[in-house]
Design a protein. Structure first.
Length: 242
């Protein structure tokens, strides 16, 4: 069984490390009066922080709300510790109780469907490489025929995004999206009507690359929230086929 090390916790850890590294570079640049470098590092930090925010929200949809109340609780506890007035401490204590109750409400909410969905895609990709499913498509917007097809044969995986011209005309895709996909490794085929990414490697490395590529597609090229409600997987289960 393939151990998925390109899942959300892994990506979050990488981005967290990059965020910390950029923060140190900014501090160092300011200390050295290298303000232009600090500016560029700050821009990169903003992008990393934005991606990290999205990943954490996807991993735990209530993460940011919980973080808000945790910050509030820490602030109130600090106010209580430094407040000399007993009346004000009593007021802060009531605030603290309310904040802890709000956090506890969020902690009691379980998002089971989301947790299952996160694992589903990685599982289906693995089944594709094991030739248990075929004709796999990640449908992003069904009515606009916006999807990625994923195939695997002869130690080669292919990701295709067809109908480029139609998607551009409908303003589903933009030229900036196409440039971003090309940077990931996609190339135009069929007279620039389709984008294709070809991955040749052993199965384990192909699976890592597929997971990592789709993470980039979802969080860097497009915005997950734009098609979250419409997205679904379509495939033929060969183990159940007649």
């Amino acid at each position: 069984m393939y151990k998925d090390d390109t899942n959300l916790p892994f990506l979050i850890s990488l981005l967290s490390e990059e965020r910390d590294r950029l923060t140190k570079l900014i501090d160092q640049a300011i200390s050295d009066n290298e303000y232009l470098s600090a500016h560029y590092h700050a821009e990169a930090l903003e992008q990393v922080s934005s991606s990290l925010y999205k990943l954490r929200e996807l991993e735990e949809p209530l993460h940011n709300e919980k973080a808000f109340w945790k910050r509030n609780i820490a602030r109130i506890e600090s106010d209580i510790a430094s407040e000399p007035s007993s009346e004000m401490r009593e007021y802060f204590q009531s605030e603290l109780i309310s904040a802890r109750e709000e956090l506890e409400k969020l902690n009691r909410i379980v998002e089971e469907p989301t947790q299952k969905d996160k694992r589903l895609f990685a599982d289906i990709l693995e089944q594709l490489l094991d030739k248990k499913v075929k004709h796999l498509k990640l449908i992003l917007i069904k009515n606009d025929n916006f999807y990625f097809s994923i195939s695997y044969a002869n130690n080669t995986a292919k990701l295709n995004l067809p109908g480029i011209k139609q998607l551009l005309n409908k303003k589903i895709l933009y030229y900036d999206n196409l440039k971003d996909l090309e940077q990931i490794g996609f190339v135009f085929t069929l007279k620039e009507t389709k984008l294709t990414l070809t991955i040749q490697w052993n199965k384990e490395e192909i699976l890592k690359k597929l997971n990592h590529t789709f993470a980039k597609i979802v969080f860097d090229v497009f915005r997950y929230i734009e098609f979250k409600a419409d997205a679904y997987l379509q495939f033929i289960d060969k183990t159940k086929a007649l």
